[in-house]
Design a protein around this ligand. Sequence first.
Ligand SMILES: *Cc1c(COP(=O)(O)O)cnc(C)c1O
Length: 392
Amino acid sequence: MARGIETKCLHLEEEEGSSDNYGAISYPIYQTATYAHKGVGRSTGYDYSRLQNPTRSHLEKVVATLENGIDALAFSTGMAAITLLMELFRPGDHLIVDADLYGGSIRLFNNVSEKNGITFSSIDCYKEDVESYINESTKAVYIETPTNPMMNVTDIEALSKIAKRNNILLIVDNTFLSPYFQNPLDLGADIVVHSGTKYLGGHNDTLAGFLVTNREDISEKFRFLIKTTGAGLAPFDSWLILRGIKTLGIRMEKSQQNAIVIAEWLKGRSEVTKVIYPGLQEHLGYEIMKRQAKGFGAMLTFQLESKEFALGILEKVRMIKFAESLGGVETLITYPTTQTHADVPKEIREKNGITESTLRLSVGIEDVKDLLDELEKVFDELDGELNGREKS
Ligand SMILES: *Cc1c(COP(=O)(O)O)cnc(C)c1O
């Protein structure tokens, strides 16, 4: 019987009963660069830590299990993972990518991959006819669902059918929901990307990235590329991510619970012109999310009545931190215009709906009452200062 995901976050079935001589519960940190051989051609399976390291391998097995893949590779950052992913392609290849993506991915595609001869069609995969953009050079579709930061939701299974019919890869960046809430490989994707910095690590203290696949041929290519290019995750950082993953389930549940309460609260405020959270029934992707994911996550984006109000919030928050990143236990608020999406051209940003009054919230696991108290205080103060309105 397949185990539940909370159990899979803690126990690796295949390694049970084979713990070290001391019975350590926590997997050891193998802080070594290299490994002694018993003789010529008699490797322990570990030769040099750029290629493999036991702590990293353990983490990779855990992440592969969580995503129901046959292999996962751990990288020093999410961007290192996506950079290596792009090595699957060669000059002349064409990719279809979501228009609304993590800004760093857009920057990589526009400034590095394009220079290397790869071309892109950037479209709204959640609503456009993806198939009509496929030509004989097209090799893959690359999406996020929900997207960062506009929370657009794409039907992964429907898109995977188009990808298979046209013999191209479907790649899904699953950072926003984590494997706890969504498993794209089960829905027909070929490769899953994670910024492990976010929910997998979960504590805003470590950078990491992952590529997961259920295809033997792709796993082989990835293994060759990681040993050749060398951005594998360090042993101590691997251990920190392993430690973070142990509580993935309860963190996802609690932060989602808080996010729903905050989304409803924001909806009730007159200064907020729009709340974009896929767990709200009015969200365009709500039904698809219910079908393809086990939860809605804890990321939400909202628009304020003015730029001044948005900036005011960023100035006034104290417990909630004005910081880039997401997916950690602490609640963070982000300004996409100057942070995550600063390098995305303004026209594209605005076409995607990111304006100077857009804020993104990564809801953490604090007592939700304290989060609401702080938001209420900040909103009321700004109402007084900017609008001359008295506390309602
Ligand atoms: C943060 C992020 C990345 C990049 O990951 P890093 O670990 O910061 O390099 C990629 N995709 C998404 C959706 C992200 O949020």
